[in-house]
Write a protein that binds this ligand. Structure first.
Ligand SMILES: Cc1cc2nc3c(=O)[nH]c(=O)nc-3n(C[C@H](O)[C@H](O)[C@H](O)COP(=O)(O)OP(=O)(O)OC[C@H]3O[C@@H](n4cnc5c(N)ncnc54)[C@H](O)[C@@H]3O)c2cc1C
Length: 582
């Protein structure tokens, strides 16, 4: 039994995105009574907070993949035409409803409150310094809060990543006459952008002046370009190589899209089943696996009739990349369809290098210039940890990646499917995540006073974050768990996981940021959550089925809806037993 005082201990959760909200709910269900959530946004939802979503923003996930087991999610309007995809506004409503239903009145929720600094007071918790970011407040309200346990749920997409040569300062130095907006501010800046630019009739869309230049080849760039083209703004998108995507003429059946199939085809660090070993460790299996990924990729291009040689085909590989968006069904107002009709122009194979001295254009690495009135930087995000955790605190608790103590051979995983990887940056070998299971800094594993939520990079945040939240609740309570026996063991485990991430996704480390560095389990999230369930000594592979059907069983959130009770039963059974925990 853990001391009952643990339930009254103050817990601060930084972040009210999906990860923060789910953690708070799980801790409250477990009996913790003193939970505070902090966000600098005006409302809850994180990426899906009201001020960050706009009509036309769709999420990657199919319906049911981005929700929590305690709250049903209504089918979105027009679900079948959209291939089951939800809009950003649907997500915002769901997150707000979740918070209203389960958190309001039970946890403290501080909005428009920025965390400025976090200090660790060894043995007695954390000091969190905050400031109000309410623009109506006429005075600064710096505050220092104390807590026994801290959850960093700050997400990997909350601080804009802006290449210095494209920043507002660089634009200012070049007297650029237009405006520069990062994609994170698109929802708040859209009216301004529309005022500054002119609608262009579709027929004359090949006119000389680009109204908006969108820089980047990811999902944000596509969503923003499509939104602007839908309201008749002339848009050019520039990227070197774009992120891959899924699309289909008819929704993929649930037995493929919502089952373990894509996870099994993706492969995992440990191959626990004969089917996985066949798919990845035999020559014939690897041919089948590679062929299936190629078919999925080709089918996605064909859905939008994208011809060979089109810049839209200049994408990273679906298999080797963790940044895939699911575009759902063919829709005439989708980015790919709009490019095909000429409503959006695409310039690929080149990069934006800066602003020209005449103040009118952006210079590309191929020497071309694009004159424009608005530049949207869809250049990604960086972690917010550097800003809130000073280097010496990060080093003390073991937050930052480290140089691995053990050198792993690149061919550690003898999978045929990994035999011909794309070139990765050789300096990646000097990198290892320090976050055990993507949930706890390895160095702090014995302290049970800090957890990270949202660092496990997954295609199904709903299911994954829910299981992670239970893992964290058990960890904070001191439940009996399968944990490393020492810090060294935890660090060694992080190093193996990182070596796997390098072997599986050689290019992604340079892309991703620290907040996502814990674990890349994009398609392989079912295998990753199984490990977490087993850490709690709970049954895994919950979708069931027999030897023939298990891979195709639809994964349903209902299967994890009783985790609180199941963990309690384990606890009751273990009461009175002696066991070693870290
Ligand atoms: C435009 C866009 C589209 C996306 N689309 C998808 C998608 O379709 N599917 C998908 O799975 N993922 C998508 N993502 C990734 C998305 O970020 C994650 O799915 C999800 O939102 C992660 O939830 P989270 O709670 O970890 O982080 P977030 O939702 O990013 O929440 C982070 C929270 O931390 C708070 N915070 C951070 N720093 C501070 C600070 N210093 N002080 C106070 N508060 C702070 C923020 O205010 C926010 O409340 C998208 C991201 C973006 C930006």
């Amino acid at each position: 039994m853990q001391p009952s005082s643990v339930f009254g201990e103050a817990i601060i959760i930084v972040g009210t995105g999906a990860a923060g909200l789910m953690t708070a709910h799980t801790l409250l269900k477990d009996g913790f009574t003193n939970v505070t959530l902090i966000t600098r946004d005006k409302s809850v939802g994180g990426t899906w907070a009201k001020q960050r979503v706009y009509p036309g923003l769709y999420i990657n996930n199919v319906h049911g993949e981005y929700r929590f087991s305690d709250l049903a999610m209504p089918q979105p309007i027009g679900s079948s035409e959209l291939g089951g995809r939800l809009s950003g506004i649907d997500m915002c409503r769901y997150m707000e409803n979740f918070s209203r239903t389960f958190l309001e009145g039970k946890a403290r929720i501080l909005v428009e409150t920025e965390v400025l600094n976090i200090q660790h007071i060894k043995g007695s918790g954390w000091e969190v310094q905050t400031n109000s970011v309410n623009s109506d407040a006429c005075f600064s309200s710096l505050q220092t809060m104390r807590c026994a346990k801290l959850v960093l749920a700050t997400g990997g997409c909350s601080n804009p990543r802006i290449p210095p040569q494209l920043s507002n300062d660089s634009a200012g130095r070049a007297n650029f006459k237009g405006i520069v907006v990062h994609s994170s501010a698109f929802a708040t800046e859209i009216d301004n952008i529309l005022t500054l630019t002119n609608p262009t009739a579709r027929e004359s869309s090949k006119g000389p002046m680009t109204e908006v230049l969108v820089i980047g080849g990811g999902k944000s760039s596509r969503d923003i370009a499509a939104k602007l083209a839908q309201i008749s703004r002339r848009v050019v998108v520039v990227y070197d190589k774009a992120d891959p995507f899924l699309a289909y003429r008819k929704p993929l059946p649930d037995v493929i899209r919502k089952s373990r199939v894509l996870g099994l085809l993706s492969g995992h660090r440990v191959l626990t089943s004969g089917l996985e070993r066949f798919l990845h460790q035999t020559w014939i299996g690897s041919r089948i696996t590679s062929w299936l990924w190629r078919q999925i990729s080709n089918h996605s291009f064909d859905t939008f009739n994208i011809p060979h040689g089109s810049p839209l085909r200049r994408t990273h590989s679906l298999f080797w990349n963790i940044r895939t968006s699911d575009e759902g069904n063919f829709r005439p107002d989708n980015y790919f369809a709009l490019v095909q009709t000429g409503a959006i122009d695409v310039v690929s194979g080149t990069r934006a290098m800066g602003y020209t001295d005449d103040g009118t254009s952006v210079l590309l690495s191929n020497g071309d210039k694009i004159a424009c009135k608005v530049v949207v930087l869809a250049t990604g995000y960086s972690s917010s940890w550097d800003k809130i955790i000073q280097p010496q605190v990060a080093s003390e608790i073991g937050l930052h990646p480290h140089v691995p103590r053990t050198k792993f051979n690149d061919k550690e995983w003898d999978y045929y499917t990994l035999a011909e990887p794309p070139a990765g940056d050789p300096s990646n070998r000097n990198w290892s995540s320090s976050i055990y299971r993507g949930l706890v800094p390895a160095k702090s594993i014995g302290d049970r006073d800090i957890a990270i939520m949202g660092s496990l990079f997954t295609e199904n945040p709903g299911y994954t974050f829910e299981v992670c939240a239970h893992w964290v609740a058990s960890y904070f309570r001191g439940d009996r768990m399968r944990l490393p026996r020492s810090v060294d063991e935890a660090i060694a485990e992080c190093e193996i996981q990182s070596a796997w991430m390098r072997a599986r996704y050689p290019n992604s480390i340079s892309w991703s940021n620290e907040s996502y560095s814990g674990s890349y389990d994009f398609w392989s999230w079912p295998q990753a959550v199984d490990e977490l369930l087993e850490d709690m000594y709970l049954p895994s592979c919950r979708s069931g089925g027999n030897w023939l059907t298990w891979a195709f069983q639809v994964i349903d959130l209902k299967e994890i809806s009783t985790l609180t009770e199941e963990r309690q039963v384990k606890r009751d059974r273990n009461a009175g037993e002696c066991f070693d925990v870290l």
